[in-house]
Design a protein around this ligand. Structure first.
Ligand SMILES: [Zn+2]
Ligand SMILES: [Zn+2]
Length: 364
């Protein structure tokens, strides 16, 4: 029961499991007359002006739209929105609008982003990199376009959407790495906030904000690019935003050749893998041993037999700078020298350190 509970907690707090972004993800909700709206400013309003076959025989369509800079739609808050000295939309350097992406996913139901969440992210993923856009995923996107659910209503009928605490906003500023923050909620500040500290603290530090970012698809914790392009309103305090997440690098190189590169995430010790001596010997530096055997591979999950709880084989081999390889695919050879060679090696003293199907690699 306890284990189940612990596992449940682990899963709730698990970071996004996607390691690498392999396609472009659109993080923008459609702008339409159905777009969720809040606040005392014009909702997105779309008017069809013309859409028909022209007298002169060609198709001709044109619309117009009207919208407040800020509302429920996917939009950008320029620092000027809450800081008199802050950048207006067109002043934000484009170098900050194309930035490294980081996703911080909090468990569904979390109402307030706290410094603890940011510290947990750093513990799992390392420090934030320079020029990072932080996307905070509260899990609200699943409710779009149901306004009542997206906004959330508490037991007294008050709005109840999540946001960023003043303490977390200060943490973000102090990190010195983050240039923009996006949330999949109506506002950077939670519904419960009356002082709007997150807006004020971030704006004061020239950190732009993005609200109602569409976060339906899984995103990696890091290792992708964010392109956040608000309409370039010269005096804008904010405005409609198109935001995309892009794979880090898989494109035509700008010098004209194809260039592709991926990364993968895996534990060091699963599947067919290598045990460096450092695994069990913290003093180890990699020096080629002077003995005959430099490495030991086995076709079982561990160099130690399952019954060997104190992992003596790992420890003794590591101490002698002998590396281990586990889950090695060894196909049996029933004739010829290779089988004999394996058999001969299996008779060596090292045999006792491993499981029966041992294969010793010599420095040929
Ligand atoms: Zn806004
Ligand atoms: Zn805002």
């Amino acid at each position: 029961m306890l284990i189940t509970l612990a596992l449940g907690v682990l899963l709730l707090h698990a970071p996004p499991i996607l390691c690498v972004l392999t396609k472009i993800v659109d993080l923008t909700w459609d702008f339409s007359n159905e777009t969720i709206h809040w606040g005392d400013i014009t909702p997105f309003h779309y008017t069809k002006i013309v859409g028909n076959e022209h007298d002169k025989g060609y198709w001709y369509a044109m619309n117009e739209f009207c919208v407040g800079e800020h509302g429920g739609h996917t939009h950008f808050d320029a620092p000027y929105h809450f800081s008199k000295e802050g950048w207006k939309v067109a002043d934000v350097p484009v170098s900050r609008l194309v930035a490294k992406g980081a996703t911080l996913e909090v468990s569904n139901g979390t109402k307030l982003l706290l410094p603890q969440h940011l510290e947990d992210w750093v513990r799992a993923n390392g420090q934030f990199e320079d020029n990072t856009v932080l996307l905070v995923k509260f899990g609200r996107s699943q409710y779009w376009p149901d306004k009542k659910k997206y906004v959330g209503v508490d037991s007294e009928g008050n709005w109840d959407f999540p946001g960023i605490s003043a303490e977390a906003a200060n943490w973000i500023v102090r990190s010195g790495k983050i240039v923009g923050v996006g949330v999949d909620s109506l506002s950077i500040d939670p519904a419960s906030s009356t002082d709007r500290w997150a807006h004020r603290i971030l704006s004061k530090a020239q950190i732009y904000q993005m609200e109602s970012v569409k976060m339906l698809e899984e995103l990696p914790a890091k290792g992708f690019t964010v392109v956040a392009l608000p309409m370039k309103l010269k005096d804008g305090t904010g405005g409609p935003l198109r935001i995309l997440a892009l794979p880090k690098m898989a494109n035509e190189h700008d010098r004209g050749y194809w260039y592709a590169m991926n990364e993968f995430c895996a534990g060091e010790h699963g599947g067919t893998h290598f045990d460096a001596p450092y695994h069990f010997n913290k003093e180890a530096n990699w020096i080629v041993g002077s003995g005959k055997i430099v490495g030991v591979g086995v076709d079982t999950p561990s160099v130690d037999a399952g019954s060997n709880g104190d992992l003596m084989a790992h420890r003794i081999l590591s101490k002698a700078q002998i590396y281990g390889m586990e889950n090695v695919k060894i196909q049996r050879v029933h004739s010829g020298g290779v089988a004999d060679e394996i058999e001969r090696r299996n008779r060596s003293p090292v045999k006792n350190f491993g499981s029966p199907e041992k294969f010793l690699v010599k420095d040929f």
